[in-house]
Ligand binder design. Structure first.
Ligand code: UDP
Length: 257
């Protein structure tokens, strides 16, 4: 009885929290990226991120739509970011507001992409002539400079500091979070029968200068292969015209939920 009472109070507290955010509305349009739009809210330190169905690949040379991708990516990011906060990785996610919207802490994005490779694929396989699917003996973390005009080139830590993208101290923090995120995600996908081949993450700084994981973690930003069959369940289905893109995205979401 006592236990039920506690659960009741807890549930009520949770529903109040969500109800509080339901009234958070989009104000001004701030920014539109390839897959998301960002809006201001009544709170200057919070934004609403809206997930679109637009898909781009090869530095936006290929464009298309993946039906309801925005719904999958919003939900999946919400699930994973909530769990990552519990794992000690602070992030921008606050609450999921609707199918396509989430409330987030406003951050200034660090212009670096952190790419973790557990299995060699994509650009690394091509650039270094390594067969896709090769498992390296070590953990590989690339950093790329976020600059569309240059095609997001691969850089090193010294370049990042020279470019003013981050300090050595900031890099140390982001690498540490990146390793924790990889350990967590690898295990999480493995439980769902999926190999986490590689993924890209981005960080931002909040109003107090704290580094937070930002952007998204979804089949758009990860390579995900079925553990048994090797079937690709990610954006490579769109990039390489493999078909059944929507089905693969929904299957990943179903498995990790
Ligand atoms: N990735 C991403 N956005 C980018 C570049 C890469 O989300 O702008 C992801 C990509 O989906 C893959 C991983 O980062 O999971 C490694 O991508 P890679 O460097 O192999 O580049 P790509 O094959 O996308 O050109």
């Amino acid at each position: 009885m006592f236990c039920l009472g506690i659960i009741g109070i807890f549930t009520l507290a949770l529903s109040k929290l969500s109800a509080q955010h339901v009234f958070m509305e989009r104000k001004e349009f701030i920014y539109e990226g390839k897959a998301k739009q960002v809006y201001s809210t009544e709170d200057p330190n919070k934004v609403i991120i809206f997930y679109k169905d637009d898909a781009t690949a090869f530095n936006a040379q290929k464009r298309g739509t993946v039906q309801e991708k925005g719904i999958v990516n919003n939900k999946m990011t919400a699930i994973l970011f909530k769990k990552l906060a519990q794992e000690g990785v602070p992030n921008h996610f606050i609450d999921q507001l609707s199918d396509r919207e989430q409330l987030c802490h406003k951050v200034e994005i660090v212009p670096l992409e952190f790419v973790v490779r557990n299995v060699i694929a994509g650009s690394m396989a091509k650039r270094l002539g390594i067969e896709e699917g090769t498992v390296p003996p070590n953990q590989i973390i690339d950093i790329c400079y976020k600059k569309d005009e240059l095609g997001d080139p691969l850089i090193n830590d010294d370049h990042a500091v020279a470019l003013g993208a981050a300090s050595y101290e900031d890099l140390k923090v982001m690498y540490a979070y990146t390793r924790t995120i990889n350990d967590f995600l690898k295990a999480e996908f493995d439980k769902s029968g999926i190999t986490l081949v590689d993924f890209k993450i981005e960080f931002g700084k909040d109003a107090n200068g704290n580094i937070l994981l930002a952007d998204e973690i979804s089949p758009d930003t990860c390579r995900l292969w079925d553990k048994e069959t090797g079937k690709k369940m990610d954006k490579d289905r769109f990039r390489r015209d493999l078909g059944n893109v929507e089905e693969a995205y929904f299957e990943v979401l179903n498995r990790i939920s």
